[in-house]
Design a protein around this ligand. Structure first.
Ligand code: ADP
Ligand code: ASP
Ligand code: MG
Length: 437
């Protein structure tokens, strides 16, 4: 018997038939004697629909109320799922994030989990009930208001609960059969990665592979929670993200023991290609090239609450002693950052501010890069062969990222995926559902 935390994404509970299908899977785990905690997302694209509705009512809704609205989506699916499970003859109890003991800071829209006190969840399990928890939400320790963890945050709820409960495995059920070498919606020839380290998965998630929420991977690494990303539409083995050897149920009846294909003898050099089209680029032109200007500029950006990603500073022109600085950030942060910089134009002494959201970021990830020179040269050659222009470059030990024109991004991803020999002909990159929104 194991304690399994399962998380079902929006596409897995998109309609009544899907809720029933998920309920049957959960019942089969209970039937086999496992304890099951389930984290659910809002049905289908209903979070996006709620955001659109808020925008139709108010151009700039108060963040507290927006969180109150969005958490309703997960409450609908948790109650429906509990009803469907009851009809399978197993008891199920649903809980909001707050009831489940998910305690966060007070940052509405991107709250961080600071504690998990799952007393009621443990109680439900002790009573032989399935505990169903609304994903992506918590309650602020200070204000006692309801908060959300940011888009895609249900993954993080699941991992945090798995860590707090000491679960044997956290299964992330989605609409593809695991983590692939690229987004299957963009690269149909991508292949499933059977085992990936936390380190590489962190880089993939940070680079835009939205199959897992970045903070969920960080949490899993810190608390050593084994993750299994898989499809709720098939019975296939998915992707394991863990260190060490897996030993947990992969189907209600079967405990997984490592097989040779799950533990490759030699690490591939490249594990995958990720892309992100949700970033924009701000260029500050004609800023004096003297010590302290970059510090002042990025303090203003940080105070506006934005995480920045890539930064490029040009060589200053000798005649003017001025330079241009470009940086990328989430498109959602562009308006507040733009406003804050504009307000500081005199203090910073720059000439103009430009913004575009017509950019895309492609990242090549692989732990093997550390010991293999020439990976960047091969990447640049692949992009040049495909006629794709590079606007910005950044690297880490195990990642190379480039910014391209948004229109060229998907073509660039396919070209790089092929150039690094990642294409598969097995046709396993099936997208079972979801709209990719
Ligand atoms: P859920 O609603 O289940 O949380 P998401 O839409 O958040 O699902 O994440 C699953 C989607 O992530 C897939 O449908 C796929 O389009 C996308 N994706 C991006 N990169 C990858 C990747 N490397 N492997 C698998 N899926 C990926
Ligand atoms: N429903 C939320 C969203 O769409 C949280 C989640 O699905 O993880 O972002
Ligand atoms: Mg998701």
């Amino acid at each position: 018997m194991a304690l399994v935390v399962q998380k079902y994404g929006g596409s897995s509970v998109a309609d009544a038939a899907s809720v029933l299908r998920v309920a049957r899977r959960i019942a089969s785990y209970r039937q086999a004697g496992h304890e099951v905690v389930v984290v659910v997302s809002a049905m289908g694209d209903s979070t996006d629909e709620l955001i659109d509705l808020a925008a139709a009512v108010s151009p700039d809704p108060p963040v507290r109320e927006l969180d109150m609205l969005l958490t309703a989506g997960e409450r609908i699916s948790m109650a429906l799922l509990a009803m469907a499970i009851s009809d399978t003859g197993h008891e199920a109890r649903s809980f909001t994030g707050s009831q489940a003991g998910v305690i966060t800071d007070a940052e509405h829209g991107k709250a961080r989990i600071i504690d998990v006190t799952p007393g009621r969840i443990r109680g439900a399990l002790d009573d032989s009930a399935v505990a169903i928890v609304a994903g992506f939400q918590g309650v602020s320790q200070t204000t006692k208001d309801v908060t959300t963890l940011g888009r895609g945050g249900s993954d993080t709820t699941a991992v945090a609960l798995a860590a707090a409960l000491g679960a044997d495995v956290c299964e992330i059920y989605t609409d593809v059969d695991g983590v692939f070498t690229a987004d299957p919606r963009v690269v149909p020839s991508a292949h499933r990665i059977s085992l990936i380290s936390h380190e590489e998965m962190l880089e993939m998630a940070a680079a835009g592979a939205k199959v897992l929420h970045l903070r969920a991977v960080e949490y899993a690494r810190r608390y050593n929670v084994p993750l299994h990303v898989r499809s709720s539409f098939s019975e296939r083995m998915g992707t394991l993200i863990m260190e060490g050897s897996p030993s947990f149920p992969i189907s209600p009846q079967t405990f997984h023991r490592p097989r040779s294909e799950d533990t490759p003898v030699e690490q591939p050099i490249i594990s995958g290609v990720a892309h992100d089209s949700s970033q924009g680029k701000i260029t500050v032109t004609g800023i004096p090239d003297v010590p302290g200007k970059a510090a002042a500029l990025f303090k203003i950006v940080a105070d506006a609450g934005a995480d920045i990603d890539m930064i490029v500073q040009n060589v200053s022109t000798e005649i003017t002693g001025r330079t241009d600085i470009s940086f990328t950030l989430a498109t959602n942060d562009a308006v507040p950052v733009g406003r804050a910089l504009q307000a500081a134009q005199v203090e910073l002494g720059f000439q103009s501010l430009r913004y575009t959201d017509q950019i895309g970021k492609l990242s090549l990830i692989g732990a093997g890069m550390r010991s293999h020179p020439g990976v960047s040269a091969q990447l640049f050659a692949a992009l040049s062969d495909a006629g794709v222009n590079i606007q910005m470059i950044s690297t880490s030990e195990i990642r190379i990222s480039v910014v391209t024109d948004k229109e060229e991004l998907e073509r660039a991803v396919r070209a790089v995926h092929s150039a690094f020999g990642l294409d598969s002909s097995s046709g396993e990159a099936v997208v079972y559902g979801g709209t990719g929104r």
